[in-house]
Design a binder for this molecule. Structure first.
Ligand code: TPP
Length: 241
């Protein structure tokens, strides 16, 4: 709310779009326009919305299970499509809603009832993937740092193009050890890079709890859009055999 008030747009000029998960409940907690969609589909809906209503501030939100697993394909292509919007992922490294199922960002050795001994899989690095797919604004925030997070949300909304913000969001129920992030999360030492390869190396090599902007490079947004002249009746007729 604070970030939206700093951006200075009233609720009816903002649309928050989500998929499925505890984190995807977010649209219901604001007075903005909201769309609570289906698993992993927040991004295609948001992209379509922004294309037909460029006047709206569009913010897609969700979790790591929703966005990086079932929505992973949409994530990559939204990064390279560079539509002017913010994608905010509340990453708790678990499917909270399905009661502790490992997600793509879960550590391979995390023991759980559903995957005893861990999945054994390397975890997905969302920042490196977003950068490799072409996102021009890539940052990491933390819910335990509300001032820093507010600034990153404002920066992401004001960025011209697709902004990807990964937000460390502990799940106190299924991953209580993540509460310990509070003592370890810290600001990154390096300033944002404008060199993609450097930013990817930073995302892969730096401490996983480093907060701040990794990459920022504005690139012209070139959306080719043709106005349809079809009426609803025309579309209806096209279904007739
Ligand atoms: C592999 C897999 N695909 C799809 C689903 C359906 N599904 C149920 S909840 C959910 C998302 C919840 O996880 P997350 O996005 O991490 O949100 P959280 O509840 O942790 O906020 C999805 C995609 C599933 N459970 N498992």
């Amino acid at each position: 709310m604070e970030a939206f008030s700093i951006v200075g747009r009233p609720p009816h000029e903002i649309a928050i779009v989500s998929g499925i998960g505890c984190s995807s409940r977010l649209p219901a907690y604001t007075k903005c326009y909201g769309f609570h969609g289906v698993h992993g589909r927040a991004l295609p809906f948001s992209v379509g919305l922004k294309m037909v209503r460029p006047d709206l501030e569009v913010v897609a939100v969700g979790g790591d299970g929703d966005g990086y697993s079932i929505g992973g394909n949409h994530f990559m292509h939204a990064c390279r499509r560079n539509i002017d919007m913010l994608y905010l992922v509340m990453d708790n490294r678990v499917y909270g809603m399905t009661k502790g199922q490992p997600s793509p960002t879960t550590e391979g050795d995390w023991d759980s009832q559903i995957a005893p001994g861990g999945t054994g899989l390397p975890s997905f690095n969302p920042l490196a993937v977003g950068l490799a797919a072409g996102a021009n604004f890539v940052a990491r925030g933390y819910v335990g740092d509300p001032i820093g997070l507010t600034n990153l949300i404002v920066e992401g909304i004001q960025f011209k193009g697709f902004a990807f913000l990964e937000v460390l969001s502990p799940c106190a129920i299924f991953r209580p050890e993540e509460i310990g992030w509070k003592a370890r999360a810290h600001s990154r030492k390096k300033p944002p890079s404008a060199d993609r390869a450097t930013a990817i190396a930073d995302a892969l090599n730096e401490d996983e709890l480093g907060l701040g902007v990794f990459f920022r490079r504005e690139q012209a947004i070139d959306v080719k859009r043709e106005k349809s002249t079809l009426t609803l009746a025309d579309i209806e007729r096209s279904f007739e055999i």
